[in-house]
Design a protein around this ligand. Structure first.
Ligand SMILES: [Zn+2]
Length: 346
């Protein structure tokens, strides 16, 4: 079986961002060495916003300078090993600050769209993305001379309203997006919410103004992350297993998510209700255990798009990856390989 592997390369979004070594460099180094076992490849969606902020702060801060160098070295080594590097934007870094050795995050621009919506200025998104493309190409070209950014994944999956991004994407020639999680509604918080409930369930499709509507002549392509429906009874079993056998799975993560920003506290009744509902989830190893991954594999077609986050990798996940490659004969390819195979853009 072949799986398209995508990895979001970034720090945490919460009060504890974690550090570059534990969230990025080390887990990705280990993953890359496992992928080497059968010459598998992945697409790294590199949070270039974080890197650009480090560039700004580096002259006055040694820690930022070090982080910058480490990330650059890691990206060069990954690109040199044949992994595909593409653009991931978490625009909240723009006005986040590094104070006393830790990040103070500001979420005003958590949605890229807010660069224009909150400032009422036009062209700011294009300027920012242009700089992001330039930065990525400048880093990567020494190892891959013809390197170009061709694909995008939105931070927090927040691609919509895509209309606000169209001009910039056209100008930069970025025609492929992989931000959509078909069938998933996250929550309705204004900062982080999205609703992809009725988006096309296809391996890939073309669109123009919004990936919600397929257009066979569309300029843009969506290659959504594969999502899997879990029936209520199965979801119930997974939740019980998580609370018992795997209750320590997410202990000691090197950082924290944004939960504090928006999560309302759930009552016991809410929680019970959640346990008894069918769910649609993304095809991922993140925070999941072996039984869940096996279930995903059973339900996912050939060339499904898996998403993982290096910051969420635990020892168990490295073991799972190793088993998938050495015992289950699974090969991982990058989105770029998939785009070539399907002759998308040709
Ligand atoms: Zn991200």
């Amino acid at each position: 079986m072949t799986i398209v592997l995508t990895l979001d390369y970034e720090l945490f979004l919460g009060e504890q961002t974690g550090n570059v070594d534990d969230c990025m460099i080390e887990p990705v180094r280990e993953l890359a060495s496992i992928l080497k076992l059968n010459d598998s490849k992945m697409t790294i969606f590199w949070d270039i916003s974080h890197y650009m902020r480090l560039q700004e702060l580096a002259p006055g801060n040694k820690k930022c300078r070090n982080d910058l160098e480490k990330i650059k070295e890691s990206i060069l080594s990954l690109a040199g090993a044949g992994h595909d590097i593409q653009m991931h934007i978490h625009s909240h870094w723009i006005n986040s600050d590094f104070v006393n050795d830790s990040w103070v995050l500001n979420y005003d621009f958590f949605r890229l769209h807010n660069l224009e919506l909150k400032t009422a200025k036009k062209g700011v998104i294009l300027d920012y993305l242009q700089k992001a493309v330039f930065t990525m190409e400048e880093v990567i070209k020494p190892v891959i001379p013809g390197y170009k950014v061709t694909m995008f994944r939105a931070g927090g999956y927040l691609l919509e309203p895509f209309e606000l991004l169209i001009d910039a994407f056209k100008e930069l020639g970025i025609r492929i997006d992989s931000s959509i999680l078909p069938g998933i509604t996250y929550n309705n918080h204004e900062l982080t919410g999205f609703d992809y409930k009725n988006y096309p369930q296809k391996p890939y499709y073309r669109f123009n103004n919004s990936p919600k509507t397929e257009d066979i002549n569309g300029y843009f392509y969506e290659i959504p992350v594969t999502t899997v429906k879990i029936p209520a009874w199965k979801n119930f079993i997974f939740r019980i297993q998580r609370k018992t056998v795997y209750r320590n799975l997410n202990k000691n993560l090197p950082g924290s998510s944004m939960n504090h920003v928006y999560y309302k506290k759930l009552t016991l009744l809410d929680r019970l209700f959640l346990m008894l509902k069918p769910v649609t989830v993304q095809f991922t190893l993140d925070s999941n255990f072996t039984g869940q991954v096996k279930y995903f594999l059973k339900k996912s077609p050939e060339y499904s798009v898996m998403i993982v986050h290096s910051k969420l990798f635990r020892q168990l996940h490295f073991q799972i990856m190793k088993k998938l490659i050495t015992q289950q004969n699974i090969k991982f390819i990058s989105l770029k390989d998939y785009v070539c195979k399907e002759q998308i853009l040709e």
